[in-house]
Design a protein around this ligand. Structure first.
Ligand SMILES: Cc1cc2nc3c(=O)[nH]c(=O)nc-3n(C[C@H](O)[C@H](O)[C@H](O)COP(=O)(O)O)c2cc1C
Ligand code: SF4
Length: 788
């Protein structure tokens, strides 16, 4: 008998399976057909989802509570929104804002768009206030602003609407900062912010957080406010509690400025201003409002914020570019000029090259004096003796490669032979990142200094010159001479234009920017030889008439012009070597009697030492003019008896021209090497009974100042200049005036600038390329050999 017991399926009969069908059969069926079954189920699901979506689109999404929405305080519950305007309020559609998707992009094309001048302009002023001080200032300001835009309406073609005032604690940020606010008149908007800083939680934090989130929101363009005409921020703070920015002074204004710059695609119309509520706030605020008003006027008449502002910050902001420049003429680290524009990249080492490219230039009626021969050797070339009428050419004609090369390097060419360029230190000082050594040594504010030359041409081809590959050279002035008035007006105009381009650069301080709009100093040392220009004295007189001081650097090759030079605030002669051989190698002079010229210049300087503040400028190039030359330099000092000896390490420019001249980084001395040299020179001077001492330094520029003890008064160095006194003396006694440098000696050299203290501007912070603060470490002694 079969003992097989058939086990009944437990699911038999359940779920309506026919009796007799077994569970294992179904499992088998599933295993056999699971792929098509899953696919069918998925298709059904997708069809169902599409169906539901199409029929329910009109339904509203749920609005999530905003994190920054403030709880309405009982006192302000019934307050009306704080909008000072006669404009009809915009009726907002109900429901949440729909954010357009899309990849975030920069508003690059915007700048080229033709501004729509038919749209009116409206300024919106946003403020926050806890203890009501900013509130009061904002309310006063909105009235003044209203009057000034009314005036602008009359003066320009643009229509201005009455400005609006918004208390940040009473508005919905989404209406203003996710995209520009909407107005019934479709106005073009300008945003201004007045905010006090608080290190406690206030509406400022909410706003800043909102701006940051908007910027990072992947659904929104990174610059959703780019269609604003511009913006600017003014911060109020308290210097007593927060003495400087590093301690948090006005930190929220800076932060707000940063986010607004990102959201608007760099439409900073004016630098962020800051005022200490307990001291200078009204002065600073007034300066800022003037600047803002100018920016609004500019935008009204031109439709844009001007060169250098929206979206064009890269070149100016780049710290790499900053590093690519050095100060006034010594040497620069810079890209090879010859890279890129091949057509214009050929270096111009010779005046003959110029002859080939210069066009005739007497057509515009410029005065063309007979060529002046500066050299005592050689006779006019056969070409010049030809009976044909001489054609006076332009030194740097607009269509020449020299012009193209110089403008590419950032020069503005004025007329046909003058240039102006905003120097690295001017930019740095505008951003509170330190001034040049002339601030430490002589009290020159870099942001008020114009660097220019009335002659781009020079009679040397120094190995370390950062421009000799592109600037013209020659021993005689054989070009059209531009009138000094034209040069003076032209260089000022171009300098200011370049300063104004800094308006939109992050970190520019409103206070310094306002000061920079008044040139106080002129460094005639850019490139070329300023006393080569036949009307240099007239040009100097124009500077002085506007109370602009003059620091003139010449190359000790034009004794007659040096002798005829009238008063300058400080007169430099470059002393690039201590002996004839070394000078020939380093300066590569075009004059055959260069050494005699050089020595005559020293004698002239000696004669002038009781009229001018005379300075020897030594540029140390390792391997060329340092080793064993201290004694030679001491002899030159003995001959010229300058008031000061400025010693500076060369900076490598890395151009093909400098490497062709045999220069490399190994020629750049370390600061301690400069210091060793200066100490050796001081000893030699003292050994000769010359009374000089090491007075001051600016380690950042590798620069040390030796001064005659004429400037050591009661044991204290007085290297700074009393500029106002200099102008008074000039006005009283004329440019040939009978006065001595001691008559306009300034206050004692500040403690921080004295030798041994580094010379860093205590008002500013040094930063690296990424804007991080750098500690000021100075190495004045040779490190132990093992660390070399
Ligand atoms: C609690 C508190 C925190 C502050 N924090 C800062 C700060 O971090 N930085 C700063 O520059 N000022 C700070 N201040 C100063 C205010 O910004 C300054 O007094 C301002 O004028 C106040 O403007 P208001 O009256 O419009 O609120 C603070 C003031 C207070 C009372
Ligand atoms: S002297 Fe003037 S131009 Fe020269 S580096 Fe200093 S700030 Fe610039």
């Amino acid at each position: 008998m079969s003992a097989v017991c058939e086990k009944a399926d437990p699911l038999e009969g359940i779920f309506g399976w026919p009796p007799g069908s077994r569970f294992s059969d179904i499992v088998e069926l599933w295993h056999g057909h699971r792929t098509p079954i899953i696919l069918c189920a998925l298709v059904l699901l997708v069809v169902f989802r599409i169906y539901v979506h199409n029929f329910e689109e009109a339904g509203s999404l749920k609005k999530l509570p905003k994190r920054y929405e403030k709880e309405i305080e009982p006192s302000s519950a019934n307050k009306q929104p704080n909008v000072s305007s006669f404009e009809t309020p915009i009726v907002k559609p109900n429901g949440p804002r729909r954010i357009k998707g899309g990849i975030a992009k920069k508003p690059a094309a915007q700048e080229n768009e033709e501004p729509d001048k038919s749209r009116p302009i409206k300024t919106m002023v946003f403020f926050s206030s806890v203890t009501t001080k900013t509130d009061k200032i904002a309310r006063q300001y909105i009235n003044t602003l209203g009057q000034s835009v009314d005036q602008l309406s009359r003066e320009t073609e643009r229509r201005f609407l009455k400005p609006e005032l918004h208390d940040l604690s009473e508005i919905d940020f989404e209406d203003f900062f996710v995209s520009p606010a909407k107005t019934v008149e479709n106005a073009h908007l300008f945003y201004l912010f007045l905010i006090p800083s608080y290190n406690i939680d206030t509406i400022n934090d909410t706003l800043l957080q909102h701006l940051e989130e908007t910027h990072h929101d992947f659904r929104i363009d990174t610059a959703p406010l780019a269609s604003l005409l511009g913006y600017s921020v003014f911060g109020f703070g308290d210097k007593e509690g927060w003495p400087n920015e590093a301690d948090g002074y006005c930190f929220q204004a800076t932060e707000l400025d940063k986010w607004m710059s990102k959201l608007t695609g760099r439409k900073r119309a004016y630098p962020v201003g800051m005022g200490d509520m307990k001291s200078d706030h009204s002065k600073r605020f007034k300066e800022w409002t003037w600047g803002v008003q100018e920016a609004i006027a500019h935008v009204a008449s031109t439709g844009s914020l001007g060169e250098g502002v929206p979206g064009s910050g890269d070149a100016i902001e780049s710290d790499a570019e900053d590093a690519a420049e050095e100060d006034d003429g010594a040497l620069l680290i810079e890209g090879d000029v010859s890279s890129g524009d091949k057509e214009f990249s050929r270096p111009l080492d010779d005046v003959e090259d110029l002859g080939r490219m210069i066009r005739t230039a007497d057509s515009d009626g410029k005065k063309a004096p007979p060529p002046v021969d500066f050299t005592s050797h050689g006779s006019p070339s056969t070409k010049e003796r030809r009976p044909t009428a001489p054609v006076i050419k332009e030194m740097v004609a607009k269509n020449s490669p020299t012009y193209a090369a110089l403008t590419k390097q950032g020069y503005s060419i004025v007329g046909s032979h003058s240039g102006v360029k905003i120097c690295r230190w001017t930019k740095s000082a505008l951003r509170g990142r330190g001034s040049c050594y002339k601030y430490s040594l002589y009290g020159i504010n870099s942001h008020q200094c114009m660097e220019t030359t009335p002659s781009l041409s020079c009679s040397n081809k120094c190995v370390f010159c950062w421009r000799h590959g592109t600037n013209p050279v020659g021993t005689t002035w054989r070009w059209v001479v531009d009138p000094p008035e034209m040069i003076f007006e032209g260089v000022k105009e171009n300098h200011y234009k370049k300063i104004k381009m800094m308006r939109g650069v992050p970190g520019v301080r409103a206070e310094r920017y306002a000061e920079a709009l008044r040139i106080r100093h002129c460094a005639l040392s850019l490139v070329g030889e300023p006393i080569f220009y036949p009307h240099i004295n007239e040009f100097l007189a124009m500077l002085h008439a506007e109370r602009i001081s003059s620091f003139l650097v010449c190359n000790a090759q034009h004794p007659d012009q040096l002798a005829a030079l009238k008063a300058v605030t400080q007169l430099y002669v470059s002393i690039d070597a201590s002996n004839k051989d070394s000078l020939r190698k380093i300066d590569r002079p075009l004059h055959r009697d260069f050494w005699e010229r050089f020595q005559r210049c020293l004698d002239i300087l000696r004669e002038k030492r009781f009229r001018h503040r005379t300075v020897f400028r030594l540029t140390l190039v390792k391997g060329f003019n340092v080793e064993d030359e201290a004694e030679g330099y001491a002899q030159l000092v003995e001959r010229g008896l300058p008031c000061f000896v400025e010693v500076k390490g060369v900076t490598y420019c890395g151009t093909s021209t400098s490497s062709n001249a045999g220069l490399s980084m190994s020629n750049v001395p370390f600061y301690w090497e400069v210091c060793e040299f200066v100490k050796a020179l001081e000893q030699r001077l003292q050994a000769k009974g010359l009374q000089y001492g090491i007075a001051a330094e600016h380690a950042h520029s590798c620069c040390v100042l030796l001064a005659s003890e004429r400037f050591l008064v009661s044991g204290r160095w007085h290297t700074h200049i009393d500029y106002e006194r200099f102008f008074e003396l000039l006005e009283e006694r004329g440019p040939d005036g009978d006065w001595t440098p001691e008559d306009y000696m300034g206050a004692p050299t500040p403690e921080w600038a004295l030798w041994g203290n580094g010379g860093f501007d205590p008002r500013d912070d040094r930063v690296d390329r990424k804007g991080r603060k750098i500690e000021n470490v100075v190495v004045r002694e040779a490190p132990p050999p093992e660390s070399w």
